[in-house]
Structure formats: C-alpha cells, structure tokens
Design a binder for this molecule. Structure first.
Ligand SMILES: *Cc1c(COP(=O)(O)O)cnc(C)c1O
Length: 371
C-alpha cells in the first residue's frame, strides 16, 4: 500500500460548503441564500463576460505562462514595475508558491490565529512549523478580536522565513491601523518576508487602515497579496496577484508557479475587470453601505458585532456557532461557522441580508422557546 507523507495524511479533508440549490431542494424552498464564501452578489461585469467570450475562441492554445498583458496592466494600475508582479491561480495558490519558495523543512511560518484557514495548511504541506499567535481578544461591546502585532513580532525567530498578516482579517473583519503596522514592519528582521494578505482591501473605508502597497515601498522584505475573487467578482475564474517591493521576491514566486495555472479566460477577465474599475468601485460602495446596514441591524438585536472593514461580518457567538449555523441552514441561509468561536456572514444583497436577519430572528426565538 502506498501512503502519502505523514503531514499530508494528517491534513483534514476539504469539506465544501453547502450548495444553495441542493439545500433549497432538500428543505423544499424556492431559493436558499449563500452568505458563506465572501463573493460579491453582483453578476460578473459585462466587460468580463465579453472578454471571456472572446478568449474562449483561443482555448485550444496554452495560456500565456508569463501573463504578460495582465502583469503589465497590474504594474500600471499600482505604479510598480512588471518585475515586481507575480500572478497566480487565486491568491491561495500564491500563498502555496510563497511557502514553497521560502519555507524549507524545519523553518517556520508565522501568522495570527484565528485567521485565514489556508495558512496552517501551507506550513504543513511545506514541512514547516506553523507559529500561531492568538488574536488580542475583543471585549463585549468593544472591538472584536484583532491582530496582536507586538506578540507576532516577538514570535519571529531565526527559523521564521515567512509571516502572513491578513488585513482586514478573515474571519473577524477587523483591521490593523497604520501606526501599529509600521511599528511591526520596523521590528521584523530584514531576512524574514512579511506578506500582507489584502484580499479585502477594496472594501476598506477607514483611512487609518494602510494600503499595503504604500507601506511596502522602501521595504524589500514586504509583499502584498491581492485577489480578483472578491471585489472584482472573478471567484470562479481563479486569479490573484502578488506585488513585491523586491523583484527577487516576485521572481522566487514565479519560479514555483504551477505552469499555465492562470488560464487564458482568467487572464482576459482580469484585464477586463481592471479596465472597469469605476464600476467595481461603485459596487464596493454599495457593499460597504449594506455592510453598515447589516452591522446596525445585528447590533439592534443585541449582538456584539465589531466594525468590519471587509465584505463580511463576524458574530462571535462562541459555543452557539455550530448550532446557530445549522438553525440558519434549516431556514435556507448558508453561513460559515467556526465551531466554538463564531459565524462569518458575507454581506449579500439587501434582500439576501433581510432573509438572513429574518432567519436569525426565527432561529433565536426558537432557541429561546426551547431553552
Ligand atoms: C478569499 C481570500 C483569499 C483569496 O482567495 P483566491 O480566491 O484564491 O484568490 C486570500 N486570502 C484571504 C484571507 C481570503 O479570504
């Protein structure tokens, strides 16, 4: 019998979220609402649909492995050199490529916890140690759990090749501010790479939350990860990018790039999306307005919801997370529970969020009656 590496044998199997159509059929309703994966609810941009349709005629050929047109468009958009850019099959693949490029077995990878679920897996697959630094606990009625950057800096040692800072943090939605992030970057040794995972940057409204691309200037050990999956609406096409101050960082990531993994359709779609930035911005503004409405509605219900800088909100319901998510699912609303901690709810359309709020009221009333 063949066996996979122990690190791989020990990994949890991927459990896909519920498919809304299946759930609707199962519970006998017309439509279930999915607020589990932080996509935007808008349909793809019309320029994207047109670009994908046009590119479909070229799919007998391999994609451009260097993503030259997309790389140039990103370089222009962000005011960097194309040498500072690496594209990937979603930001998650870039995370994997980063770990492959920087983490030898025996080295470590540091990040806050709870944060993006992918991070611990990266370390395991690379044979590296995951150094997980607990978030600073929030207070009831105050800010939610957020990065403890001084503790994260203190956890870095000679073995730490890579540090991931998710800002705003998934799943808490909280963001670190400029001053504390600058202090942190100043404290990190020059031979440790810091990657600012800004998957939700486009939804940030607090002017004190820094743009990682500005912060990375003059810091050769800093890179920024962004994605087309969230604000830009291309989750199904898989494309993300890394911008690094030091072109050598982008080059290392390109060396571990899975060949041809950013498809022809994804590249064409991303270029078209970048050209539709005004439309993306107005969509983000609508998401932000709805985020504020949803946050207010949850607070009116006595729930302890922190200010989110992303396109989701975090309900720190602790042990109620799994039963509440199950109760919501029975009412045709799919959210993302983290057992024992909380529930992450993607900001949907106002109609979807109203369905969620009604399901939440009903589930809580039911729980009161039972107990
Ligand atoms: C969604 C997300 C990503 C990006 O995912 P891709 O779809 O692979 O681009 C990266 N980081 C965080 C924290 C995310 O939530």
């Amino acid at each position: 019998m063949v066996t996979a590496r122990p690190a791989v044998e020990g990994l949890p199997a991927y459990r896909p979220g519920r498919n809304p159509a299946d759930l609707a059929r199962e519970i006998g309703v017309d439509r279930a609402v999915k607020l589990a994966s932080n996509e935007v609810a808008f349909p793809p941009l019309s320029a994207v649909v047109a670009a994908v349709a046009a590119a479909a005629g070229e799919t007998n050929r391999y994609p451009d492995n260097g993503a030259v047109v997309l790389t140039a468009a990103l370089a222009e958009r962000y005011g960097v050199d194309p040498e500072q850019v690496a594209t990937g099959c979603g930001a998650v693949t870039l995370c994997q490529e980063l770990a492959q490029a920087y983490n030898d077995p025996g080295t470590s990878l540091a990040f806050a916890w709870r944060s993006f679920e992918m991070y611990p897996l990266l370390a395991r697959v690379a044979g590296a140690r995951a150094v997980q630094v607990p978030l600073t606990p929030g207070r009831p009625g105050g800010p939610a759990d957020t990065h403890d950057l001084p503790a994260l800096a203190a956890a870095i040692d000679e073995s730490t090749r890579l540090v991931l800072v998710c800002n705003p943090n998934n799943p808490t939605g909280t963001a670190v501010r400029r001053g504390e992030l600058v202090d942190f970057l100043d404290a990190v040794p020059a031979d440790t790479l810091v990657v600012l995972d800004e998957a939700y940057r486009e939804f940030v409204t607090d002017p004190d939350v820094p743009d990682g691309i500005e912060l990375m200037r003059g810091r050769p050990n800093v890179a920024v990860l962004r994605t087309f999956s969230k604000a830009w609406g291309l989750a199904g096409l898989r494309v993300g990018y890394l911008l690094a101050e030091d072109p050598a960082v982008a080059a290392a990531v390109r060396k571990t790039h899975v060949p041809f993994s950013v498809s022809t359709l994804a590249q064409a779609a991303a270029v078209a999306a970048l050209a539709s930035e005004d439309e993306v911005r107005s969509r983000c503004a609508a998401v932000v307005a709805e985020r504020e409405r949803l946050t207010g509605a949850l607070r009116e219900r006595g729930l302890d919801v922190a200010d989110s800088q992303a396109n989701f909100v975090w309900l720190p319901v602790g042990e109620q997370a799994a039963p509440l998510a199950a109760a919501l699912e029975a009412r045709a609303v799919i959210t993302r529970p983290f057992a024992g901690e909380g529930i992450r709810v993607t900001v949907g359309t106002p109609e979807e969020d109203d369905v969620f709020l009604a399901a939440l009221d009903d589930a809580r009333r039911d729980a009161d009656l039972r107990g």
